[in-house]
Design a protein around this ligand. Structure first.
Ligand code: AMP
Ligand code: MG
Length: 488
């Protein structure tokens, strides 16, 4: 039963220098791991067909489905601050686009689909572990309500990939609003190809920011709109303790989705300096640096747009600066409102912000678990007996006791909404040690049960799920994952 995709491709109709046209490379013996049936259905795809042997053949890249126009997209990017004029899809192939039931156009991409002209020295493949990590974390982010690329499916290839060790290979099917990155703009800017830049900007406006087309200055409006979406996105990351890990400009989607889950991780104990990525030696992409890095990346995007913003460079720079000035206030407003919601306060206020900053300071001094502390506040807000769980998060519980009365007073004054507060404070996040355990079981023992179980828990992150209480727990000292790896 070959799955049918109603492809309606637009990116592949852009000029040839936007991509390399090529099909995926076939693999030896693909086997299904999982199909995201709910997502498939929302996209108008037949989940059962995708899960069938014919579906597996498509998801592995062995069969190119009717209507696909496979391409590897060109892009550049700043990696850890260093500009690389050509990166591109070295192991991902865009099969095509489909318009879902919600009217939104989305890319269907195979990651790990074999070498492309952009592979440099890479093999074009993905190992099973990182595929499962991206599946788990991107679906958890979606369930948490954070804009993100999605996991449509994962299959094994029956082939080995050589990394630090010999590992089983896999292909991940990613669904994204698009794969246009800050680095896509940089690719053409580096080549001084203003015609391509304008085409790309117009394409991005039409696809993601149609309202910008009607603005007095459409390209300025585009920059402002991207800045706003990325400000909101990074605020959401911070509010759930997410660390992207590789915020290179090639990993920043101009559509404002979280993209390219590599060494990403959730923070356990609150510490703004938390870095888990093994490739981030300097801590450039630490939890608390993410807003300023997003701004740095947007500045790189703004630079690429200069030729479109005004006829003379000085005027263009002024326009870009004015557009970027909106980032900080937008981020702060989203972040502070979110923090106040986490305390149960319906609106941001200077007093609420002061309370939460005081709490965060105490949490960082007392190794308090970020997720559990806030979730227990939601319980404590309803019943003073809940204080026990909150104060237990602090190495010195007195740090909580001396903070809580002012918070209770603020809650009483503000009139608190328990449902909204629980919504702001999920109980379940993809904790590193649990993600690692699920990956290890699959990679070393071929046992996908922990992976499936973890996905089920993370699909309902705000429900209490008492039967799954163990998934709430931070790692025991011996379970702690100190570094996450890209595994590329
Ligand atoms: P990433 O670190 O996954 O964001 O990738 C950075 C760049 O390296 C992109 O151009 C990728 O396409 C490329 N890349 C990563 N892994 C591989 C691989 N196994 N084979 C070829 N290219 C790769
Ligand atoms: Mg990338």
């Amino acid at each position: 039963m070959t799955p049918q995709f109603r492809f309606d491709n637009t990116y592949a109709k852009l000029p040839e220098r936007f991509f390399a046209r090529l099909p995926p490379t076939q693999v030896a013996a693909p086997q299904p791991i999982r199909v995201n049936v709910a997502l498939a259905e929302s996209l108008g795809l037949d989940g059962e067909a995708l899960a069938s042997p014919a579906g597996t053949a498509v998801l592995a890249g062995n069969v190119v489905p009717a209507g696909a126009d496979p391409v590897a997209q060109a892009y550049a990017g700043h990696q850890f601050g260093n500009f690389v004029p050509q990166l591109g899809d070295g192991r991902a192939i865009l099969l095509g686009e489909i318009v879902g039931g919600d009217g939104v156009r989305r890319d269907i991409t195979l990651k790990g689909a074999g070498p492309t002209p952009f592979s440099r020295r890479g093999d074009g493949r993905a190992a099973l572990g990182p595929v499962l990590r991206e599946y788990i974390v991107s679906e958890a982010m979606a369930a948490l309500g954070v804009p993100t690329t999605r996991a449509l499916a994962a299959v094994t290839t029956g082939e080995a990939v050589w990394r630090e060790a010999v590992l089983p290979g896999a292909v991940f099917t990613r669904v994204a609003a698009s794969h246009i990155r800050t680095g896509t703009f940089q690719y053409f800017a580096a080549r001084r190809d203003t015609e391509a830049l304008r085409l790309l900007a117009d394409y991005t406006i039409a696809r993601h920011y149609p309202e910008a087309a009607d603005a007095a200055e459409p390209y300025r409006a585009l920059l402002e709109a991207v800045a706003a979406r990325q400000a909101d996105l990074v605020a959401q990351w911070l509010l759930i303790g997410f660390i992207h890990g590789v915020m290179n400009t090639d990993n920043m989607s101009v559509a404002g989705e979280t993209i390219d889950y590599g060494p990403c991780a959730f923070m356990d104990a609150y510490d703004p300096g938390t870095v888990l990525s093994s490739i981030d030696q300097q801590g450039r992409y630490a939890y608390g640096n993410q807003p300023s890095i997003a701004h740095w990346n947007l500045t790189r995007l703004a630079e690429t747009l200069l030729p479109l913003l005004a006829d003379n460079e000085d005027a263009a720079i002024e326009t870009a600066k004015a557009a970027l000035a909106s980032f900080r206030p937008r981020f702060m407003a989203a972040y502070e409102a979110g923090l106040c919601r986490k305390l149960g306060l319906p609106a941001a206020s200077p007093q609420g912000v002061e309370l939460v900053q005081d709490l965060l300071q105490r949490m960082s001094e007392n190794a308090a678990d970020f997720t559990l502390t806030f979730r227990s506040l939601a319980d404590a807000a309803q019943d003073v007996a809940g204080d026990a769980a909150a104060r237990a998060q602090f190495t010195d519980p007195a740090a909580y006791d001396s903070w809580a009365p002012a918070w209770r007073q603020a809650l009483a004054n503000a009139g608190h909404d328990p449902v909204a507060m629980r919504h702001a404070n999920p109980a379940f996040i993809p904790r590193n040690h649990q993600v690692e355990a699920a990956i290890t079981a699959a990679v070393e023992r071929g046992d996908f049960t922990p992976f499936t179980d973890l996905l089920a828990v993370l699909a309902r992150p705000r429900d209490d799920q008492p039967e799954n209480a163990r998934y709430r727990l931070p790692p025991k000292p011996e379970e702690r994952v100190r570094a996450t790896f890209c595994g590329t």
